[in-house]
Ligand binder design. Structure first.
Ligand SMILES: [Fe+2]
Ligand SMILES: [Fe+2]
Length: 163
């Protein structure tokens, strides 16, 4: 059985992952319209991964005989800035998600909920990856600066994420 606090935090995390999925899908749409197809593909894949994260939490709540509750998911922004700003926004978002997962872990430790601690370890590792990947793109976009040729090269490189 799931402790009520943990159950609530896990359910909130489902909504947070779904928000991340929608945020990255919105970013993907923005990049597609700007003809930055590589970044559009990258964000679309990221969006699907976030939905996968939501489903992992969903399945875990059910496996623990908890009650799944899908909360309201806020609308993502409709206006976006330059690519470097968008990836900074994504990095900031990942940092928030990391903090949120660490918070659940801290509660799981407090409640001596070992199964949740083990479950969350995958996410703790995943967040290290996600932050590193987003930070790398931010740095490379910053290097490209106003050089449009460099931006297009980076975009082409990011397209290969799909393969
Ligand atoms: Fe996630
Ligand atoms: Fe993420």
């Amino acid at each position: 059985m799931l402790n009520q606090t943990i159950e609530k935090l896990l359910n909130q995390q489902i909504a947070k992952e779904l928000y991340a999925s929608n945020l990255y899908l919105a970013m993907s749409g923005h990049f597609a319209q700007a003809n930055l197809k590589g970044m559009a593909t990258w964000m679309r894949i990221q969006s699907a991964e976030e939905r996968g994260h939501a489903l992992r939490f969903f399945d875990f709540v059910i496996d623990r005989e908890g009650q799944v509750e899908i909360g309201a998911v806020e609308q993502p922004p409709t206006e976006f800035g330059a690519p470097v700003e968008i990836f900074k926004q994504a990095l900031e978002h990942e940092r928030k998600v990391t903090a949120s997962i660490h918070n659940i872990y801290a509660h799981a430790v407090q409640e001596a909920d070992y199964a949740t601690q083990v479950f969350l370890q995958w996410f703790i590792n995943e967040q290290v990856e996600e932050e590193a990947t987003a930070a790398e793109v931010v740095e490379r976009l910053a290097m490209a600066g106003d050089d449009r040729a460099a931006l297009l090269m980076l975009d082409a490189e990011m397209k290969s994420r799909a393969d």
